[in-house]
Design a protein around this ligand. Sequence first.
Ligand code: PMP
Length: 401
Amino acid sequence: VFNTVAQAPADVIFSLTAGYKADKHPQKINVGVGAFRTDELKPYVLPVVKKADTILFNNADLDHEYLPIAGEPSYTRAATKLILGDNSPAIAQGRTGAVQTISGTGANHTGAAFLAAHFKGSGKVYISNPTWANHRNIFASLGFDVQEYPYWHPATKSLDYEGMINTIREAPSGSIFILHPCAHNPTGVDPTQEQWKGIADAMREKNQFTFFDCAYQGFASGDLDKDAWAVRYFVEQGFELFVAQSFAKNFGLYGERAGNLTFVCKTPEDTKRVLSQFEKLQRSEISNPPAYGSRIVDIVLNDPALYAEWKENLKYMSSRIIDMRQKLYQHLVDLKTPGTWNHIVDQIGMFSFTGLKAPQVKVMIEKYHIYLTDNGRISMAGLSNSNVEYFARAVDDVVRN
Ligand code: PMP
């Protein structure tokens, strides 16, 4: 039965990590995977998560029953409020609903599966070029025709705003656009608020469907509201839309798979029917979402003191990343490395798109034992006060030679 099954390519990011783990070089660096690390390059359990853990396990009533199909309402409501804002009129008007998902990947997948079944559009989905590699996998596996919109402008190392807008205008009406509201993966380049307004105008003119994928709220600027600005603006402008949320990065709950998909409809009646279809879909896919990670998030988001503490934890993570950006930039300037490097400090969030080309990346890996993807993307959290200079010297060498 299985002798005609073709070998699938290995996942690029997870293969890089395997290469890094097998490498015995004392100065090896892993800037491939997008997971936060402390300055000692250790995984970080947020102190507020430890507190929520204690609360959870001291709860004598805790059981291991199934969660409701669409997830725990106090969790999905809190997640929706986090992204749309405490005073969102759409929430007050009963036009929002949500389904708890298997982290951000599940939120993308569940939203995509719903659209495949119920959205009468062009059948085309537009993802940014470049983007998180899974966007293509997820939408292509559901039968969508996956196209790209320009995003990164290599010459200016910034947003190709014109290219993006033109594609929104030229795409057939009723196409789905996957937009990253903050801390774009992999480039770290986000539209300005003015540019978001232009994007919203173009989306409205052509009646395109907005699917936000928000995996880094609070990570980009350390400010949860600022990072949600684009989503809230679109909702304010009357768009019906989906927002995928992941709590992998901002809660450090990577393996616990806590996610959410919020949807905003025109009327409460539409919202009810849409939710019923999400429940039907979820039942056939996972029956009920996993409970542990979402319970942690639920506890923190619904307790004002813990919520305030979470914001402090977020500030620590975002400031460490910003600090590494500044140090890397300064080393490159001090080394007089050819080229301009201000994009390192201008970009935001977990990643930086260095501009290194695939042959240079090959040398980074083989000569310097520094592991990064061949598009030149680095996770800033893989750098530390002890390795940033070594990293900068390696960049300097590959750029000169
Ligand atoms: N979307 C984007 C753009 C991401 O970068 C990520 C994390 N790499 C995700 C979604 C979802 O990841 P997870 O399933 O781990 O929440």
